[in-house]
Design a protein around this ligand. Structure first.
Ligand code: 5RP
Length: 236
């Protein structure tokens, strides 16, 4: 373990390291995005270097692709790989059914496509992401830039029609300009506090013209590896 890690980084590191134990030679691996996934890419690079592990990774963002290449992890596109053995990715929240909120790092679209194209998805997370109900973390929704204000208004109208109490919707910014995703879209964050029915909300959101995808991952995650600041790891 790298020296002098803060408790939160130690939690992320131990979860990432445990997840990389599930990787075997010959596998095609979806590489998630975010600070926990960055630890996973570093741990994977170490196994490639020290054990001669032979794998190919499909990154879920430009950031992850750059990190993987810089550390000598071979990467390819999803179109080339077609189907993956395993995706390892972080999450912003997970509930007891292993439903997730993802997209805090604005990579939810590629992350959902890659995880869905995998035999297995393992989520790596620090214990703070473990929640009884999703929704304290604002739900990211990727929308196309054309007519984004109309799409945002349609989302707000839908939340009213579903009797959602807390329903602030904010455009994610990058300084003075809207944040632009790797797929050249915008993100709106839905501040809902509590999501009563994640499956229904996900379906309804994706019906709205202009919505590309939402950050609810339902029935996609198979296992969560939870890291703790004292170095303990719990599998769920
Ligand atoms: C990026 C994501 C990340 O996995 C999520 O935001 C968790 O990030 P971190 O590991 O930095 O806490 O969904 O779109």
């Amino acid at each position: 373990m790298p020296a002098d890690l803060s408790p939160i980084d130690k939690a992320k590191f131990v979860a990432a390291k445990r997840a990389v134990d599930f990787v075997e030679t010959g596998m095609k691996i979806g590489l998630g995005t975010g600070s926990t996934s960055a630890w996973m890419v570093r741990c994977l690079a170490e196994r490639i270097r020290e054990e001669g592990l032979k794998v190919v990774g499909v990154p879920t963002s430009t950031r992850t692709a750059e990190l993987a290449r810089s550390l000598g992890v071979p990467v390819t596109s999803l179109d080339e790989a077609k189907w993956l053995d395993l995706t390892i990715d972080g999450a912003d929240e997970f509930d007891p059914q292993l439903n997730l909120i993802k997209g805090g790092g604005a990579a939810l679209l590629q992350e959902k496509i890659v995880a869905t194209a995998s035999d297995q998805m393992i989520v790596i997370a620090d214990a703070a992401k473990d929640v009884a109900n999703l929704g304290a973390f604002p739900l990211p929704v990727e929308i196309i830039p054309f007519g984004w204000q109309t799409t945002k208004a349609l989302i707000e109208e839908m939340l009213v029609s579903m009797d959602v109490l807390n329903r602030d919707v904010t455009l994610r910014m990058n300084g003075d300009a809207p944040l632009v995703t790797d797929e050249a879209n915008y993100i709106v964050d839905l501040h809902l506090k509590r999501i009563g029915n994640p499956r229904q909300l996900s379906l309804v959101l994706n019906q709205i013209p202009g919505v590309v995808e939402n950050g609810l991952f339902i029935d996609i995650c198979d296992k969560v590896i939870i890291g703790h600041g004292d170095g303990r790891v719990v599998l769920r």
